[in-house]
Design a protein around this ligand. Structure first.
Ligand code: LLP
Length: 417
């Protein structure tokens, strides 16, 4: 039994019927399970027991303060990519010394703030970034802890838009050039070389490319050690896939057993930056069927959620499970395209889904806890959805639905005449 399961003919989130949540909080609404988030994080942390490690949740996947706070309470680290994400982690009670700062376009301002609060490490992606960090750290009179993000040139075999470890991608430092950049880093007075990192892509359902990348990084670690540059930690990024439909990705325990075996007796702390595998299946997008529009060619179920709420199907042709909250037997099941009201042909959440539907029915879009709300927009002047967290028999609103007036509160008219 998972946390989103049918009981008495109705889909529940932990102990709560989703229809109760819809009545209380309205739709569309993202519903997360505290238990699922905690279990997923613990699966990583426990699999690394006995090895020095830090699991840093990639907050880009879901950055709601309540989600971050639940993880902070478990002792999680955090992977951030902007000054905004840094402030979120701090606001949620995250420990600065457990933050790694990824991303290839850090500004001097972002570097300064991260140095002031004392983050664990900067994952540096270019020589230009390294030189800028040296300047900022020197101004503050501190040492900046640094890892270089190496691009190991392995094919993650995932969707091209979420593949990041190939030579032609904009990410990281070419592994062939990395020794030279490490030498430069080691020579800079305000740079403290600590680690090596990579992130080759997302939604990997086979861990072979991850382990290949690890081997390439380990060879570099050994080469650097021979030159007198000691690497203390190795950060393999995120990327572990989840089951949306019928994928069978390795569990964190299976993947990490391989990582530990390849590590051998090297004295390295292991860092990871999982995002999707912590939160994807800990959330659903709850939505209501607004109108049914059967046509000669296709049946369309027009729901109250849209591509602005969940852009993954439109952007990556991602398949997301869609289930009736209370499956009905009084009408025949048919093939439906589940579409939103936005004026774009790409505005669909699912195509050709076999469902028995009537107007007003509730649907749950599965696996919406990662890259769901965080990628939502106000396109078509649609207020962003509410977010709620189920905790056993309790449900807490963790972000209220936006109001229309908030959407244009920051805009102004030109002066008259
Ligand atoms: N670390 C770095 C440096 C990353 O760029 C990412 C994701 C992660 C960690 C977390 O990866 P994960 O464990 O979630 O795979 N919006 C896309 C996914 C983009 C991933 C970007 N980077 C989607 O909805 O599929």
């Amino acid at each position: 039994m998972t946390v989103f399961d049918y009981r008495n003919g109705e889909l529940h989130a932990e102990d709560l019927p989703l229809s109760d949540i819809a009545t209380r909080h309205g739709t569309p609404c993202f519903v997360y399970s505290r238990q699922a988030i905690e279990q997923a994080w613990l699966a990583w942390d426990q699999a690394l027991a006995g090895t020095p490690h830090l699991v840093c949740f990639a907050i880009k996947a879901n950055s709601n303060l309540a989600v971050l706070n639940i993880l902070a309470r478990l002792g999680a680290g955090f992977d951030i990519v902007s000054g905004g994400e840094l402030e979120r982690v701090l606001a949620a009670g995250g420990e600065p010394s457990r933050i790694v700062f990824s991303g290839l376009g850090k500004t001097a301002e972002e570097m300064r703030r991260a140095l002031e609060v004392g983050i664990h490490c900067f994952n540096v992606e270019s020589t230009a970034e390294l030189e800028r960090l040296q300047l900022v750290a020197a101004e503050l009179g501190v040492q900046a802890p640094v890892s270089l993000r190496v691009n190991p040139d392995v094919d993650a075999m995932t969707h091209p838009y979420i593949s990041t470890g190939l030579k032609e991608n904009k990410f990281g430092i070419d592994i062939a050039r990395a020794p030279e950049v490490y030498r430069r880093a080691a020579a800079l007075p305000n740079i403290d070389v600590r680690g090596i990192d990579c992130h080759i892509g997302s939604q990997l359902t086979d861990d072979t490319p991850l382990v290949d990348a690890l081997d390439r990084l380990l060879a570099l670690v050994d080469q650097l050690a021979a030159e007198g540059i000691q690497i203390q930690h190795l950060d393999l990024g995120g990327g572990l896939g989840v089951t949306y439909r019928d994928e069978t990705p390795p569990t964190p325990a299976e993947y990490l057993a391989k990582v530990k075996a390849h590590l051998g007796d090297r004295d390295l702390t292991l860092l990871f930056e999982p995002g999707r595998s912590i939160v994807a299946n800990a959330g659903v997008l709850l939505t209501r069927v607004n109108l049914l529009k059967p046509t000669e060619h296709k049946n369309f179920a027009i729901i109250d959620a849209a591509m602005n709420d969940l852009i993954r199907p439109a952007l990556y042709s991602a398949w997301m499970g869609i289930d009736a909250v209370r499956p009905r037997s009084d009408v025949a099941a048919q093939q439906w395209d589940i579409v939103g009201p936005v004026c774009e042909t790409g505005d669909f959440l699912g195509k050709d889904r076999e469902l028995a539907l009537a107007e007003g029915d509730l649907l749950a879009v599965r696996s919406a806890g990662a890259y769901g709300f965080v990628m939502s927009s106000n396109y078509n002047t649609r207020p962003r959805a509410a977010e709620v967290m189920v905790d056993g028999g309790q449900c807490h609103q963790i972000r209220r639905r936006e109001t229309l007036s908030e959407l244009f509160a920051g805009e102004s008219l030109l002066p008259e005449a």
